[in-house]
Design a protein around this ligand. Structure first.
Ligand SMILES: [Zn+2]
Length: 90
């Protein structure tokens, strides 16, 4: 009954993992960033997780680069306004 996980931080409730995601989101303070970095450096599990996440993110970023989300939202809002105006006119 042994697991490969030798890291109590990330196996216990995944708190460290959650922090890793926040770190990748840039939502951590400089102090927290140092903690996560130090942990990832010595924890193969979290290191692997981070690499996976970075791969996914760079892939998403690459595929979204051409379309600006803000502009897309503006287009959708314009559409909705047009539709509701049309509906109101009959
Ligand atoms: Zn870990």
């Amino acid at each position: 009954m042994t697991t490969d996980q030798d890291c109590p931080d990330c196996s216990d409730g995944g708190e460290r993992l959650e922090q890793l995601y926040r770190y990748l989101d840039g939502a951590l303070t400089a102090e927290d960033i140092e903690q996560v970095r130090a942990h990832v450096a010595e924890c193969p599990d979290c290191h692997h997780q981070q690499e996976l996440e970075l791969l996914i993110r760079s892939a998403v970023r690459r595929s979204c680069q051409e379309k600006a989300p803000a502009q897309l939202r503006a287009t959708i809002m314009t559409r909705i306004t047009q539709i509701s105006t049309t509906v109101r006119r009959g």
